[in-house]
Design a protein around this ligand. Sequence first.
Ligand SMILES: O[C@H]1[C@H](O)[C@@H](O)[C@H](O)[C@@H](O)[C@H]1O
Ligand SMILES: [Fe+2]
Ligand SMILES: [Fe+2]
Length: 320
Amino acid sequence: MTVIIHDPLFYGSDDEADELFLPEVVEEQAPPQEEEEKREIAIVEVGFFAPENNAFGNSFRNYQQESLRRIIVEEFYRKNHTFQTYDFAMAKKEEHGRLNKGVMSIWECCELLNEYVDESDLDSDEPPMEHLLQTAEAIRRDYPHQDWLHLTALLHDLGKVLLHPAFGGEPQWCVVGDTFPLGCAFSEAIVHHKFFIQNPDSRNPEYNTKLGIYIDNCGLENVTMSWGHDEYMYLVAKGNNTTLPPAALFIIRYHSFYALHQGGAYTYLMNNEDKEMLEWLHVFKKYDLYSKSRVRINQEEVKPYYLSLIEKYFPARLRW
Ligand SMILES: O[C@H]1[C@H](O)[C@@H](O)[C@H](O)[C@@H](O)[C@H]1O
Ligand SMILES: [Fe+2]
Ligand SMILES: [Fe+2]
């Protein structure tokens, strides 16, 4: 079975959007080969009108352009690329995978997170809650029937709670930013690739070849990613027996893997299931990145809706 998005339409303004048929997702048999290409183009063109510039007036994810935030972001990646080694990521996964740091609800976590500003983010300096609601509300408008996608958007960055002293008190370089595979060569598609020169793994012959410790198409679940909020939130969701579908877990786990979903690198590590899931990640990424703006969502107004989704897919209190 393959998940297909039907009749996607492109629209540029709110008024037009209201009049048009909004895309439905149904389950169908896999389409014949020649349909595949059309379908990919179609998914990219669904709904949301991505702005050209971020809140600072610069193009999105332009890591070279001079800006006030650039220096902070560059310093962030210098540390991140220097210290994220295979052994480090394995140890963090083991430590935080135990989920013994505390117990709280999803909404409590959203509120707790709100005091942090992400040092890796070139496109926004808004409190995390704004970004989560902007992403969720934008995707909800275009995919009104996929409530799991709305909730995925709301919680995709909650793993950043590792920054909080009660839940890890980790430094930014091991919580936020783009992620990448460890145990094999660092692709040039990774932002600020130059800083890997200081990473001991790049001098380890076991780890510095194209495949390193992996085999072709081994599947992303067998790949150790750099440690951060993606993997942590995935472990939290799984460990608390969420009923969200596999595509949601895939989005949570790999949304910061830009070298793959934007750069097209490391595709040889994917298996067939990953390739199907990647389509959903492409859908999600657009909202995650381009909804970043100064637009404020009325939290009190939307809160009951999201609380009802949390109740549907998660226990009232989770182990973190
Ligand atoms: O700066 C951003 C931010 O930390 C996001 O939460 C993460 O998912 C992105 O990959 C990263 O580039
Ligand atoms: Fe993120
Ligand atoms: Fe995000």
